[in-house]
Ligand binder design. Structure first.
Ligand SMILES: *[C@@H]1O[C@H](CO)[C@@H](O)[C@H](O)[C@H]1NC(C)=O
Ligand SMILES: *[C@@H]1O[C@H](CO)[C@@H](O)[C@H](O)[C@H]1NC(C)=O
Ligand SMILES: CC(=O)N[C@H]1CO[C@H](CO)[C@@H](O)[C@@H]1O
Length: 303
């Protein structure tokens, strides 16, 4: 779809756009730069930095029991007026149970701080579950949480667009659609186009199936761009200026059109080991932060 068509479609369809700007959030890791688990004080420092640089007051995590995240982050969030989307990692039974227990232990007392719960991150993309299997996990979680607490999942945009996620649509309150123009090898100049097109395809499919735009709360669950030079993927080139361009022209465009979105991620994570990317090359995942590990914004973060 042409960029102008996407923009026209977004503008013409109240289904996916509202007059108000969307909400900016950040994905947040559980570890300090040296790999130690964050404490409540560390999360409070995170929130101070995020709020002052971007104005954002919502973050999301991935595995509630990892590093005892839930215990440390919720009091910090309450103190700083921040909301948290907690995650359950359902891929293996042990983490599913640990994360779920960590949340149910505090769900009642922190109902005002927990924005919602995601069951799984890209499990369909990895082929770990079918839609039906994921649906069962989501419904189990929903049955254990206080009534009214939002439950959903996060997955790659194409798994929503191509129908892989169809089975879960009737069981979720909230969906996180991940879309990385970078991992699609988009050049800097085409990144915004690719990103908006991904979101458009996923959102239109979800809304069609759900029977309207008011049925499921949709967020862009992750997007981002690494700042290290040399971390290229096809025509997508890592670097500070390219990341800044993507944040300010791509991410903020989505926000301007009324979508809510989480930038991946708040801070660099230098402790992360190199992983092998989809192209078989070593992928450096340490520099995706909008801020450095010592919490300094790399570029202007207000949309
Ligand atoms: C989490 O806290 C418990 C005590 O409440 C402790 O035994 C455990 O080692 C902690 N786990 C991590 C990963 O920090
Ligand atoms: C830009 O992205 C769109 C959508 O993915 C694609 O169709 C188009 O070929 C790309 N253009 C360039 C110049 O790479
Ligand atoms: C249900 C299922 O397929 N679970 C698998 C998900 O992936 C992990 C590894 O990441 C396996 O250990 C699980 O068995």
């Amino acid at each position: 779809m042409r960029f102008s068509t996407v923009v026209a479609a977004l503008a013409a369809a109240p289904a996916v756009v509202s007059a108000a700007k969307g909400t900016v959030g950040f994905a947040l890791g559980t570890k300090e730069a040296d790999g130690s688990c964050k404490t409540q004080d560390d999360y409070e420092a995170d929130f101070d930095a995020i709020k002052s640089a971007s104005g954002a007051t919502i973050v999301r995590g991935y595995a509630a029991a990892d590093c005892n995240m839930t215990k440390a982050i919720l009091p910090a969030a309450k103190a700083k007026g921040v909301k948290v989307v907690l995650g359950i990692w359902p891929d293996v039974e042990e983490s599913f149970n640990n994360d779920l227990n960590a949340i149910t232990a505090v769900a009642e007392s922190y109902q005002d701080v927990i924005y919602g719960v995601t069951v799984g991150s890209e499990t369909l993309y990895r082929g770990n579950f079918t839609g039906e299997e994921l649906k069962a996990k989501i419904e189990t979680v929903k049955s254990k949480l206080p009534t009214g607490m939002k439950v959903g999942t996060a997955d790659s945009w194409n798994k929503f667009a191509d129908g892989t996620a169809d089975a879960i649509i009737g069981s979720v309150d909230m969906l996180m659609v991940n879309a990385f123009a970078f991992w699609q090898g988009a050049s800097r100049d085409n990144a915004t186009h690719v990103y908006l097109d991904d979101m458009y395809q996923a959102v239109t499919h979800i809304e069609k199936l759900a029977g309207g735009s008011d049925k499921i709360e949709i967020w862009n669950g992750e997007t981002g761009w690494p700042t290290a030079v040399g971390t290229d993927y096809g025509a997508a080139e890592g670097g500070l200026d390219n990341a800044k361009s993507f944040f300010q022209n791509g991410f903020c465009a989505l926000i301007d059109w009324g979508f809510n979105a989480f930038y991946f991620e708040a801070f660099d994570e230098p402790w992360k080991p190199a992983s092998i990317g989809d192209n078989g090359k070593a992928a450096d995942e340490t520099t995706w932060g909008a801020m450095t590990a010592d919490r300094k914004a790399k570029f202007a973060l207000k949309c």
